[in-house]
Ligand binder design. Structure first.
Ligand code: NAI
Ligand code: AKG
Length: 426
């Protein structure tokens, strides 16, 4: 009996942590609020295309390991699909589908001529050699080459992938295409057609959202206490930008633990010592857990790691006034409701983390025109896009009396729904 109940509870929790189901719930609500008929939801609730591939890779010890990879293309009514590739042991088909839907919403919110896509490979790159990672990256591109390309679906970096992996993938695609194809992928090194500002773009976008949210709440950034979960591409640069803005970074974390100092951590030192997977806490003895980190007394909390970190279990204990989601899907729907009821301003992932895809779009535009912009030009354009998008969603949230997540979905879903309608799909 007890065992049965435990199983039931586990199932319930799994359901609440089902990111695909959660995003479908909010999309449904958004479409309803906008007055779209049910068939629009039927079209948008799942990707239009989902490819699962098996990638054989010769490992350094001579054995062959077969990896599983995915590429989801959510909706290409607006334009080619776009979104990152994740290398992580917990990648699942459902997660990749949800991530592709979030990409569609982001592209709608910042008004890019794209739909959403996303890829993932089940692997742990932290335990793989450089050679094994290169063979895996090239094998993945060969496996998905028929459905991707500069005018079909344009990948980019995500968790545990970086500019080196983008470079290998671009090189492999260029060989298949028999053409130099920089526009096949974004997040490349500068010398291969990368854009100034792409490496820091996600964090810059989050920083702009924090600044705008803080204004609405009357919080001064100078001296504000900030906690950041995750110290990779998004989290580490965000910590640096907030530190440079005069905020006090009192907590950071990685997959192995967290660091806390109420007087402020030495962000430059941590940046200097983190490895390419965003790991830094292993160098310290006096760590706390990720769970403890999220519940620290602070003004601004930024989850910048993985999904389902703020749940109904810890939402009541969050002590920040503002939560800005740099990660995709870090807060469950139950937790969103709890935080909103508690008066905490939650800036959702599909808005806050859209700086990355925005500068990826700039990179693709530069690749297509063969003319490259300065860092200042990129930053200026990103600033305009992020401020406009933040204001639009904050206003929608106020006028329609909905939380910012639902407001963001309402703004994000509209363009692809309209494009699908004009194409005669619905
Ligand atoms: N890189 C980009 O341009 C964008 C990233 N994002 C999102 O931001 C989040 C972080 O991505 P990146 O910084 O690019 O990845 P990354 O690979 O550079 O860093 C990931 C960080 O999360 C930590 N982490 C991994 N598993 C964890 C766990 N179980 N508990 C706590 N921490 C854990 C890692 O140790 C590392 O510090 C992801 O949700 C990603 O989808 C969103 C938009 C764009
Ligand atoms: O830069 C891109 O194209 C996609 C970034 C991404 O994967 C994301 O925003 O989650």
């Amino acid at each position: 009996m007890v065992a049965d109940k435990t199983k039931e509870q586990v199932n319930k929790q799994e359901e609440k942590h089902d990111v695909l189901k959660s995003t479908q719930t909010v999309i449904h609500k958004a479409l309803e609020k906008l007055g779209y008929p049910e068939e629009v939801f039927e079209l948008l609730k799942e990707p239009i295309r989902m490819m699962t591939v098996k990638i054989p890779v010769r490992m350094d010890d001579g054995s062959v390991k077969i990896f599983t990879g995915y590429r989801a293309q959510h909706n290409d009514a607006v334009g080619p699909t776009k979104g990152g590739i994740r290398f992580h042991p917990n990648v699942t088909e459902k997660e990749v589908k949800a991530l592709s839907i979030w990409m569609s919403l982001k592209c709608g919110i910042v008004d890019l001529p794209y739909g959403g896509g996303k890829g993932g490979i089940v692997c742990d790159p932290r335990n793989m050699s450089f050679g094994e990672l290169e063979r895996l990256s090239r094998g993945y591109v060969r496996a998905i080459s028929q459905i991707v390309g500069p005018t079909k679906d344009i990948p980019a970096p995500d968790v545990f992938t970086n500019s080196q992996i983008m470079a290998w993938m671009m090189d492999e695609y260029s060989r298949i295409d028999e053409f130099n194809s920089p526009g096949f992928i974004t997040g490349k090194p500068l010398v291969l057609g990368g854009s100034h500002g792409r490496e820091t773009a996600t964090a810059k976008g989050v920083t702009i959202c924090i600044r705008e949210a803080a204004k609405r709440r009357g919080i001064e950034l100078k001296g504000a206490r900030v906690v950041v979960q995750g110290f990779g591409n998004a989290g580490s640069f965000l910590a640096k930008f907030m530190h440079d803005a005069g905020a006090k970074i009192i907590g950071i974390s990685d997959a192995y633990g967290a660091l806390h100092d109420p007087n402020g951590l030495d962000v430059d030192y941590l940046l200097d010592r983190r490895d390419s997977f965003g790991t830094v806490t292993k160098l310290f003895n006096n760590t706390i857990s990720n769970k403890e980190l999220l519940e620290l007394d602070c003004d601004i909390l930024v989850p910048a790691a993985i999904e389902n970190q703020i749940t109904e279990e810890n939402a009541h204990n969050i002590r920040a006034s503002i939560v800005v989601e740099a990660a995709n899907g870090p807060t469950t729907l139950e937790a969103t409701q709890i935080l909103t009821e508690r008066g905490i301003l939650l800036v959702p992932d599909v808005l806050a983390s859209a700086g990355g895809v925005t500068v990826s779009y700039f990179e693709w535009v530069q690749n297509n025109q063969g003319y490259y912009w300065t860092e200042e030009e990129v930053e200026e354009k990103l600033e305009l896009v992020m401020v406009k998008s933040f204001n639009n969603i904050y206003e929608t949230s106020t006028v329609r009396k909905v939380d910012m997540r639902l407001a963001a979905y309402m703004v994000g879903v509209r363009k692809m729904a309209e494009a699908s309608r004009f194409r005669g799909w619905i």
